[in-house]
Design a binder for this molecule. Structure first.
Ligand code: S3P
Length: 454
């Protein structure tokens, strides 16, 4: 498998006054990963619709194929997984490559810790800089044997054949990936494994385990599973990813005369912080056709242009909007007055250091954005039609940074040239096309292959 990918540069066009129309953004990344993982470990067939055909979830799919699971190629979001049961995975002959995906590495570490064979988990340059000690620590306490690089970085070598024991784990940080890793290892442990989180984080693992017929006990901040059960294959309808929809929510809020509807968006309450934050800033967002699909709430979201104002972002909303801050910083720059974010130090260990990279890019575009250890202070320029200047930005291997600056182009005086946008493929294939289709000006300029991902 070649891990080098061609580099892509986005060129924004000077102000496009309006975004219009209805669109459905691609499937939820978190739910797509989990649908492959639990589908593979289930007994019987799991039929998935709405699967995200992005590089991150495709890497999870490829890894389970390498471990002997029969999974069809996704066609228009439809995937069939023939589950092998919790004890049916086969030893891979090669390292498992997960690319840019922290979710794949951290959740799979929990599953792999319980297997009878050794595995190696490796990722791209960005992932190899991200902290893995946060999963190595609880797994080691459960009896797993894991070798990592310096400072607990990947690649991870996970030694199979260990007898895992249940633990009661108090998470030191609000992280759904760590919580999920512990619960997934708990499926293989003797006894009852519990994970307690300091603040609510996305609960897709708990919901999906229950949907596959695996009992999950939930009391307040604690979720527990008891090892030794089985999962039953089922149908999964993956809703559109609210984290991808967020780019359009901000785009329509800041571009004059906009009115768009985002269809079939996942509205799990552990993910809707972006709507609460934008509404607190004065956004015009209405929720329609609220319904439940396969255990997850879903709705259509209408967003119209509005005059935003700066706020102090409530800290309890931070984990509920954790992936949306790059584009929320763009919204803050387009607001009247100051926006302050605190309690968001986790942003420093995402696909890039999102505090440093966003503050730097916003400053280049003429915004007074000051990075702090755990957040940012942004002085909005909402009274100006053209909020941003023109500049060249490097997205530092981070899909959400690339898309956030593409949205900024809607209120820029000149062109924003955004490099390394190939990583947008990890979570939002077709972003530039969907953005253009509803009226945003964005050219997707392809350059030669650089091997940047390695
Ligand atoms: C995810 C959890 C979050 C989020 C990531 C996906 C998941 O990470 O940022 O994009 O699917 O569980 P953390 O758990 O590290 O906060």
């Amino acid at each position: 498998m070649s891990h080098s990918i061609p580099s892509v540069t986005y060129l924004t066009s000077p102000p496009e006054p309006r975004l219009q129309g209805s669109l459905r953004v691609p499937g939820d990344k978190s739910i797509s990963h989990r649908s492959i993982m639990l589908g593979a470990l289930a007994e019987g067939v799991t039929n998935i619709t709405g699967f995200l055909e992005g590089e991150d979830s495709l890497n999870t799919l490829r890894c389970f194929r390498v471990m002997g699971v029969s999974i069809t190629d996704p066609v228009a979001g439809v995937v069939r997984v023939e589950g092998v049961g919790l004890h049916g995975l086969k030893a891979p002959k090669v390292p498992l490559y997960v690319g840019n995906s922290g979710t794949s590495m951290r959740l799979m570490a929990g599953i792999l810790a319980g297997q009878p064979f050794d595995t190696v988990l490796e990722g791209d340059a960005s992932l190899s800089r991200r902290p893995m000690k946060r999963v190595i620590d609880p797994l080691t306490r459960m009896g797993a044997v894991i070798e990592a690089g310096e400072g607990g970085r990947s690649p991870l070598t996970i030694r199979g054949g260990q007898r895992l024991k249940a633990i009661d784990y108090i998470l030191p940080m609000a992280s759904a990936q760590v919580k999920s890793c512990v619960l997934l290892a708990g499926l293989y442990a003797e006894g009852r494994t519990c994970a307690t989180e300091p603040a609510p984080t996305r609960d897709h693992t708990e919901r999906m385990l229950a949907g596959f017929g695996y009992p999950v006990e939930r009391h307040g901040a604690t979720a527990c599973v008891t090892g030794g059960g089985t999962l039953q294959g089922r149908a999964i309808d993956v809703p559109a990813d609210i984290s991808s929809a967020a780019f359009f929510m901000v785009a329509a809020s800041i571009a004059r005369q906009s009115d768009i509807t985002l269809e079939h968006v996942g509205m799990n309450p552990t993910r809707t912080g972006v709507i609460d934050i934008l509404k607190a800033m004065g956004a015009d967002i209405t929720v329609h056709n609220a319904r439940t699909v396969g255990g997850e709430p879903v709705a259509d979201i209408r967003v119209r242009n509005a005059r935003l104002h700066g706020i102090d972002i409530p800290e309890h909303l931070v984990p509920l909007a954790i992936d949306e801050f790059p584009v929320l910083f763009v919204a803050a720059a387009c607001a009247v007055g100051r926006t302050t974010l605190t309690g968001a130090e986790e942003l420093r260990v995402k696909e890039s250091d999102r505090i440093a990279v966003m503050a730097d890019g916003l400053q280049k575009l003429g915004i007074n954005a000051i990075a702090t250890p755990d957040g940012m202070v942004i002085d909005g320029r909402g009274t100006d039609d053209e909020v941003f200047g023109e500049a060249e930005i490097w997205s530092q291997g981070d899909h959400r940074i690339a898309m956030a600056f593409a949205v900024a182009g809607l209120r820029a005086r000149g062109q924003i040239r955004i490099h390394d946008c190939q990583f947008v493929e990890t979570s939002f294939p077709g972003f530039a096309t969907q953005f253009r289709n509803c009226g945003g000006g964005l050219v997707d300029a392809q350059a030669e292959s650089t091997g940047l991902a390695q």
